[in-house]
Design a binder for this molecule. Structure first.
Ligand SMILES: *Cc1c(COP(=O)(O)O)cnc(C)c1O
Length: 398
């Protein structure tokens, strides 16, 4: 490690709460799907800031929008009407069957809003006192206390209990288990179409359709967490659109403003009736600056057909990875995912492989100890993906 890097590392240890275990990389600059560290070394970014920089680092058009808006208006709060927020709502809602938006600042906050809206909808619109939210094993919905309860993983809530009541969890993929878990106290079922933090696990189409059908039969709400899988990542604008689903509420964040903190829920008119003035709010949500950048992000994604690009690039790299797996079945157990949300499950612990990839200039994520997770900017070029696949092959051969 260089002296420059070690100085940064030392400073971090001195100044910040110890809540992260960080990669041995101090990033100085980014452009498109590339990063440069403090020593000037270049990397291919296959992580995209955790599925956030969909249009790449320092996208020129977004920089221009940011700069223009920075001289116009940053923030006034939701006490005021703001055209930027309406422009964003209009273009974002044009991508889906939903008709109402609520803006906030993160994925967890979007899920909090979805949970609150579902509960209030049941009580105030359906006149039925139901509050329980059912989630699936291996899901991830955030780190606030309620979304930790929804996530239901003991390791993540260690030391933080008590968590809020009103959550239940069932095994993913099992409709009978879900059916028997639904009671008169159930308000909604919340799912990820592709479980991201759970190890990039796409849920089967038939199962997802079955979940929606059970929600309809029982008069409860069907919620999709699109925080990671949404915004063109999986090859459709929204992951639920692969299967013709019509969730009542979706939560959105990560790529929404390409790196500025922003979240949202999108809801049908009927579901949205659960809120009334004063029932839910946030100070920063939908501010002029973030809204302007988010609206431009959505505009570019639609104009440049980023969903199709993600589908084509994803298909291509998955084929190559599949060929690699056939050549090295003793090294790679499974290749899965949708679009540019890809998981490569290794047979053995992948720490050494992940480190070697980083040394050779490829940044990706390692989860569960043996799953390499790829969430690259959707603007990544084929040559960079090809380079990753061949470098992975060489690394696994060692
Ligand atoms: C990242 C993520 C969240 C949490 O988002 P934050 O912005 O970190 O609060 C929630 N749900 C899913 C599916 C995610 O991937």
């Amino acid at each position: 490690m260089s002296q420059t890097f070690n100085a940064v590392k030392q400073q971090e240890e001195n100044l910040l709460c110890r809540s992260y275990s960080r990669y041995p990389l101090a990033v100085a600059r980014g452009a498109g799907a590339h990063l440069w560290d403090v020593d000037g070394r270049k990397y291919v970014d296959l992580l995209g800031g955790l599925a956030v920089t969909g249009l790449g680092h320092c996208n020129e058009e977004l920089c221009a929008t940011l700069e223009r808006q920075a001289h116009e208006l940053w923030h006034v709060s939701n006490l005021f009407y703001q055209q930027n927020q309406l422009d964003l709502a209009e273009i974002l809602l044009s991508t889906t069957h939903h008709t109402k938006a609520f803006f906030c600042n993160s994925g967890a906050e979007a899920n909090e809003a979805a949970i609150k809206l579902a509960r209030r909808h049941m009580r105030r619109v359906k006149q039925h006192n139901a509050a329980t939210i059912i989630t699936l094993n291996d899901c991830f919905h955030g780190r606030t206390l309620a979304t930790l309860a929804a996530t239901g993983r003991d390791a993540l809530s260690d030391g933080f209990t008590p968590l809020p009541d009103g959550f239940a969890q069932v095994p993913a993929g099992n409709l009978e288990a879900l059916s028997s878990a639904i009671t008169p106290a159930t308000a909604a079922v919340l799912v990820e179409v592709v479980q991201g933090e759970g190890g990039v696990v796409p849920l089967p189409a038939e199962y997802l359709r079955g979940v929606q059908a059970l929600c309809r039969q029982n008069g409860i709400l069907f919620l999709c967490d699109e925080v990671q899988a949404g915004m063109c990542r999986t090859g459709r604008f929204w992951a639920f659109q692969h299967y013709g689903l019509e969730p009542d509420i979706i939560s959105v964040a990560k790529s929404l403003a390409n790196g500025l903190p922003m979240g949202a829920i999108l809801a049908t008119d009927e579901a949205a009736e659960g809120f009334e003035p004063g029932s839910h709010a946030t100070t920063f949500g939908g501010g002029a600056l973030t809204s302007a950048v988010a609206a431009k992000t959505v505009e570019i994604m639609l104009r440049d057909s980023m969903a199709d690009r993600a589908a084509a690039l994803g298909e291509r790299v998955k084929k190559q990875l599949e060929a690699l797996r056939r050549n090295m079945p003793d090294k790679i157990r499974d290749v899965r995912g949708l679009g540019l949300m890809i998981g490569i499950e290794l047979v053995e612990n992948g720490r050494k492989v992940w480190e070697a990839l980083l040394r050779r200039g490829y940044v990706c994520n390692l989860s569960h100890g043996n799953i390499l997770r790829l969430l690259p900017p959707l603007v990544i070029e084929e040559t960079d993906l090809d380079g990753f696949v061949s470098t992975l092959g060489q690394t696994l051969q060692m």
